[in-house]
Design a protein around this ligand. Structure first.
Ligand SMILES: Nc1nc2c(c(=O)[nH]1)N[C@H]1C(S)=C(S)[C@@H](COP(=O)(O)OP(=O)(O)OC[C@H]3O[C@@H](n4cnc5c(=O)[nH]c(N)nc54)[C@H](O)[C@@H]3O)O[C@H]1N2
Ligand SMILES: Nc1nc2c(c(=O)[nH]1)N[C@H]1C(S)=C(S)[C@@H](COP(=O)(O)OP(=O)(O)OC[C@H]3O[C@@H](n4cnc5c(=O)[nH]c(N)nc54)[C@H](O)[C@@H]3O)O[C@H]1N2
Ligand code: SF4
Ligand SMILES: [Mo]
Length: 763
């Protein structure tokens, strides 16, 4: 009988535990792993296709260097590493470190390498770190900083226990984002004691299960949510005891909310007023209520303000820090930073002057930073685990800007549209060919972590990122090739971890050599790593130590023995041997408050910048694109899209074309029938699409899927683009003023019929 091996799905932030069978380098059978502490056997239809990630025609096999004629030739690892290191150092010396940036460093499932890439980044002092997170979540992080004292005080949702669940701009049925989405949603729908409310311009699969659906006009969340909050205070439904005990600033917020013209705002949002009043009543009077949001709220007009308003909903009703509410969670490895200007001055980009949030910079400004004529413009860029030519707003801007870089290095498993602009392409081993882990450990009260063993040896001449960045760090002179003393002590540790000798030696070495402190991930890899099944996992020993220092009691509550260093050792051993994932901490609900940034544990409800924006909302015109009468949702999550992780379009079991959904009324006005081709034009670009009539949309709204438009060889070997490359339609400057997150969900467009004869001339 063939063995089932534990691993995880790498397609979305849930990282469901899987059991797989393998044969001849293929994943042959895939099912959910019941032993996974969070997903407990769940998986969705996308995971069944994972062999398309592992095996496809675009897998990179060896390092490549771009030649003068634009072609790529193989180059050996050592030469590539030395040339890249020299060119990075040379750029830094010639133009100063501000000319360097890093993008990505971990996708939906491969975060282990980011411990090494971030250490390399720090060692080279690369100041600008761009990330896909900063085109969705930085508005949220900024608000968290103001309300809770730190930008990484991130809240989770206790959906399973909530009496009332409010989903705003998210469709968990398809996108997941919550634990075991489909059974969880069905459970709420089948329980008439509980209420599900959805705010979405489409009647999504989630909305169809809901008790109430507020099908708003896209981009009007700030109007609808502020009207809901105004109703809440008008009716006196706020939780006075909670506000008194846990917050300051309510009077100021209430004064602002009392000026909201409720009926006008509800009308602008285009929803039925009675439905809105009833939704507020149900939410505010439920025993427990939680708010779950995602891109529909964060990638739409007023995005940072929206993030504030949705949080006020659970804060004013006292739903923070209790079962069935929103709660702070721990991070096993804190991958969201905090930028407050105290530890070091806040960094700003040179050309667009955008300020860091959570230590991140937004992809929306990247092309402008490269194309600028500022003397310290961006010249050297490293991209790892991201495909911004496809996924960033304004594809044309990326294509233009990337040709103006002095150096572009791409680390990926596949030959991507972004890699085609690189000077050097470094091939990474796939996530099933190396030890891996995802840092999306956002659970509360029980948090969990899953370290995965490789299923296969690295393909061809590929390397894991831990080794790629180690070699680069050695080549720039940041770390030694070996750590002989620590390595020796680590051997003893391997035999007698209970003596804690390695810990003492490491602390002493860091005290003696401050440089080692900055590159400790590599020191662990090069010493303790030698005594472990794989050197790349050694930093988790250090991470376990830090996690226990901060959350020791919660770690002990999971049933682990000892305290301090011993407890950390026990946690590390459990992670190392728990191949289906393990719990790492068990908090009590009241502990939520100790996870907050402000020492007095009081939420600062009034955010002056956003209250000011709220006061001027009325003057905001609801629609300012008369030439573009339709509103495009540019990036819907469907059955068969998964970012740009699968390259072979064959993985899709339906919707190969990635159709543009349009309401039958709009289709009738424009004289379109199902399956017609159309030209979709926005103020920023145009795209050929195929229309599909769909009455679940609000009239006036059209929708295209995210993650299409990749080039892949067809059966004759000819590279062909499949489906809409929708970022040809989006604009880099069409974004939030505070966070620069794009307004992808509210792109103004118009549709034109096209003759079949015109097709050949179009993109
Ligand atoms: N199948 C699949 N699942 C995925 C992914 C994938 O590519 N495919 N990607 C993963 C990633 S990276 C992410 S970030 C998540 C995103 O997960 P979600 O944000 O849940 O998914 P989306 O479909 O992008 O958008 C959510 C909803 O917002 C609605 N919406 C559009 N405009 C507005 C508006 O103005 N206001 C409101 N209130 N709603 C609006 C849309 O109709 C849509 O139903 O999904 C993850 N899961
Ligand atoms: N218009 C529009 N644009 C969007 C969105 C939208 O809704 N609308 N959604 C946005 C969102 S929420 C997100 S998160 C981004 C996602 O877009 P990106 O940040 O570009 O990330 P992915 O598409 O997940 O691409 C992951 C890359 O990692 C590579 N990879 C896979 N495994 C490994 C590995 O082990 N090592 C290395 N080095 N590489 C690996 C894959 O080959 C792929 O090239 O797209 C955004 N773009
Ligand atoms: S795509 Fe997300 S929800 Fe589906 S199996 Fe993978 S991790 Fe789980
Ligand atoms: Mo995302």
């Amino acid at each position: 009988m063939t063995d089932w091996h534990p691993t995880a799905c790498i397609l979305c932030s849930r990282n469901c535990g899987l059991l797989v069978q393998v044969e001849d380098g293929h994943l042959t059978k895939i099912r959910g792993d019941k032993n996974h502490p969070v997903s407990a056997g769940y998986m969705c239809q996308k995971a069944a296709q994972l062999d398309h990630y592992q095996n496809n025609a675009d897998r990179l096999t060896q390092p490549l260097k771009c030649q003068e004629d634009g072609s790529y030739q193989p180059i050996d690892w050592q030469t590539a590493i030395i040339e890249i290191a020299d060119r990075l150092l040379d750029l830094k010396q010639t133009y100063g470190k501000d000319c360097l940036a890093f993008y990505g460093g971990g996708g939906q499932g491969n975060h282990l390498g980011s411990m090494y890439s971030s250490t390399f980044r720090d060692a080279l002092e690369i100041p600008y770190y761009y990330s896909a997170l900063a085109q969705e979540k930085t508005g949220d992080f900024w608000v968290n900083g103001k309300l809770f004292g730190r930008q990484n005080c991130h809240t989770t949702e206790d959906i399973e226990q909530a009496d009332c669940v409010l989903f705003i701009g998210t469709n968990p049925w398809q996108a997941h984002g919550i634990r075991n989405a489909r059974p969880t949603l069905k459970q709420i729908a089948n329980d008439n004691q509980r209420t599900m409310i959805v705010i979405d311009p489409r009647r999504t699969e989630t909305a169809a299960l809901a008790d109430m659906h507020l099908q708003l006009r896209p981009g009007t969340d700030a109007f609808l949510l502020s009207a809901m909050l105004a109703i809440l205070v008008q009716e006196g439904w706020e939780d006075q005891a909670f506000l008194q005990e846990h917050t300051v600033g309510f009077a100021e917020v209430r004064a602002c909310l009392q000026t909201i013209p409720i009926d006008d705002y509800i009308e602008r949002a285009g929803v039925d007023a009675d439905l809105v009043y009833e939704a507020v009543r149900r939410f505010a009077t439920a025993k427990s209520a939680t708010v779950r949001v995602d891109l529909g709220l964060q990638q739409s007009l007023n995005s940072t303000l929206n993030s504030y308003l949705e949080k006020l909903l659970f804060l004013l009703t006292g739903n923070l820090g209790k079962p069935g509410g929103n709660n702070f969670h721990t991070f096993f490895l804190p991958w969201v930073g905090h930028s407050d200007g105290h530890a070091q001055p806040l960094r700003q980009t040179k050309a667009t002057g955008i300020t860091e949030i959570a230590q991140l910079f937004p992809p929306n400004v990247l092309p402008a930073e490269i194309e600028s004529d500022h003397p310290q413009r961006l010249r050297g860029l490293m991209i790892d685990s991201a495909n911004p030519v496809i996924s960033g707003a304004d594809t044309q801007a990326y294509q233009r800007a990337f040709t103006k870089l002095d150096l572009l290095v791409v680390v990926d498993v596949a030959m991507t549209e972004t890699a085609r602009y690189a000077d050097y392409i470094l091939p990474a081993a796939s996530q099933f060919e190396k030890w891996e882990a995802a840092f999306f450990n956002l659970e509360f009260p029980t948090n969990a972590f899953h370290l995965r063993k490789p299923l296969f040896a690295p393909f061809a001449d590929t390397l894991p990122e831990s080794e790629i960045y180690r070699r680069l760090a050695v080549a720039i002179g940041a770390i030694p090739e070996r750590y002989p003393v620590l390595e020796q002590v680590a051997r003893w540790h391997g035999r007698w971890p209970q003596l804690g000798l390695y810990r003492i030696a490491l602390v002493a070495a860091m005290a003696l050599q401050p440089k080692l402190r900055r590159t400790v991930a590599f020191a662990l890899q090069g010493s303790l790593g030698k005594a472990l099944p794989d050197d790349s996992i050694a930093p988790f020993w250090g991470v376990s130590q830090l996690y226990v220092q901060q959350h020791g009691e919660a770690v002990a509550r999971t049933g682990l023995p000892g305290r301090g260093g011993r407890l950390a050792e026990a946690l590390f051993q459990r992670i190392l041997h728990g191949h289906s994932g393990t719990p790492i901490s068990q908090h009590r609900y009241e502990d939520t408050w100790s996870l907050m940034g402000y020492k007095d544990q009081k939420v600062r409800l009034a955010i002056p910048e956003l209250l000011a924006e709220l006061r001027t909302l009325q003057a905001q015109s609801t629609y300012s694109w008369p030439e573009y009468p339709l509103m495009l949702i540019a990036g819907e999550r469907r059955m068969y899209n998964a970012n740009t992780i699968y390259r072979n379009p064959q993985w899709r079991q339906n919707d190969a074309e990635g159709v543009l959904k349009i309401h039958p009324m709009d289709a009738a006005t424009l004289d379109f029938a199902d399956g017609d081709p159309a030209l979709c034009e926005s103020p920023w670009g145009e795209l050929l699409v195929q229309v599909k009539l769909c009455d679940t949309l609000r009239p006036g709204v059209v929708s295209l899927p995210h993650g299409y438009g990749l080039d892949y060889p067809d059966p004759n070997g000819k590279r062909t683009r499949s489906g809409p490359l929708l970022n040809l339609l989006t604009g880099a400057r069409y974004c939030d003023t505070i966070s620069a997150t794009p307004f992808h969900k509210n792109v103004p467009v118009r549709l034109k019929p096209i003759e079949i004869g015109m097709l050949a001339n179009l993109k």
